[in-house]
Unconditional design. Sequence first.
Length: 375
Amino acid sequence: MTTPIRFELIKTCRQTGARLGILHTPHGSFETPMFMPVGTLATVKTLSPEELKEMGAGVILSNTYHLWLRPGHDIVAEAGGLHAFMNWDRGILTDSGGFQVFSLSEFRRIEEEGVYFRNHLNGDKLFLSPEKAVEIQNALGADIIMAFDECPPYPATYEYMKQSIERTSRWAERCLKAHRRPNEQGLFGIVQGGEYEELRRQSARDLVSLDFPGYAVGGLSVGEPKEVMNRVLEFTTPLLPADKPRYLMGVGSPDSLIDGAIRGIDMFDCVLPTRIGRNGTVMTSEGRVVIKNAQYARDFSPLDPHCDCYTCRNYTRAYIRHLIKCDETFGIRLTSYHNVYFLIKLMEQVRQAIREDRLADFREEFFERYGFNKP
Ligand SMILES: Nc1ccc2nc(N)nc(O)c2c1
């Protein structure tokens, strides 16, 4: 089988062990560590493909559950798949829907065969199984698709977590069997196990034995403290093959991206930049700015004095504050553009620091300036 996804390890940072790599996909090759903007409903909210390209976005996300409901994976397939449908010719990754079922639908029943739940839009009864999740993703046509897993709530008891990861491993095997397009779409396994090292080891052992082309660390960024996430990564990423991509799902904020890269993660995704952008919060090199605050009413400087993005080169805090206060759509386009650009550029700086074997120094500098070290 010619795997459509290949990870090329370029070098490892001598200061931290972080990896500089290239992710080869059927829609291009992209440097890692990388941040992947989230476009749940086949659009990275308010941004055009051209804007995402000019920022340097390589792989973007879409979502099985949401596209299954609207417009329907059959319509996307008829359009020629997600790349044609949304006019994006670089990489696409679809999440499997497992997480959305657990985060969007309070009525759900998990059985061996799959999950019974309700459509979060109209209350209809729905059923999603490993086979169905893979069938939808085969129809959507993303370059990377995800196994159907259970993302247990945080915290969860050891007993609950043990039976959950064992079922997730059985589901992963069913996904491999159901995958109809293994030569065009790389199916990644998702390691679960919460904060329990023993269970993370068992989950990783099960999935690595199934030889996926890539692996995700799931079950994090679900409300646990950052030190718990970092500890789990410390004992989980070394269990994953060094020659395969490692993807930390749902992460995240600037500090978590840097700390995840230091612990061997290659791929990240998070709705944060566009989600907080929509309520007028922006990430800048000096920390977060809530643009609605009155202090910015007469501030004619850019959102971030150290940023060279379209927003920061052309508009002021006073103007953007005005647009956001007046609910002008252009306002959230400008904040979303800047926030996505900020995280993509942050990963460029992380890759450069790895090249120079100084990612720990970069972390220190960035945390100091952003204000993460403030007591
Ligand atoms: N924090 C997250 C975000 C997305 C996820 N998606 C899946 N399929 N599984 C998880 O554990 C996730 C965790």
